[in-house]
Design a protein. Structure first.
Length: 87
């Protein structure tokens, strides 16, 4: 888990990878413990009949939902920060 700081609002964030492989910031402050049912093979299941036990998982909310400066990221045009690949 990579911790960092939001460039927009300075909040503590955690970098995660989304299902399609993109980096996604999560709000470190939004940690919640959630019980997840798993079967005997430790696979998550939503069927209580098949559940073997419950494991406690930490979940975080996307920082985009929390960030007061999220608008800045969404409409941000390309900043002119000299990003040339040919040196
Ligand atoms: Zn932020």
């Amino acid at each position: 888990m990579i911790r960092g700081q939001c460039r927009g609002c300075g909040a503590e964030i955690i970098w995660a990878t989304s299902k399609n492989g993109k980096p996604m910031p999560l709000s470190a402050q939004s940690e919640e413990k959630r019980a997840v049912l798993v079967d005997e093979m430790q696979r998550p299941t939503s069927d209580p009949q098949r559940a073997h036990m419950a494991v406690i998982e930490s979940v975080f909310r996307s920082h985009f939902a929390d960030c007061p400066a999220a608008d800045r990221f969404r409409k941000a045009p390309k900043p002119e920060s000299g990003k040339s690949s040919d040196e």
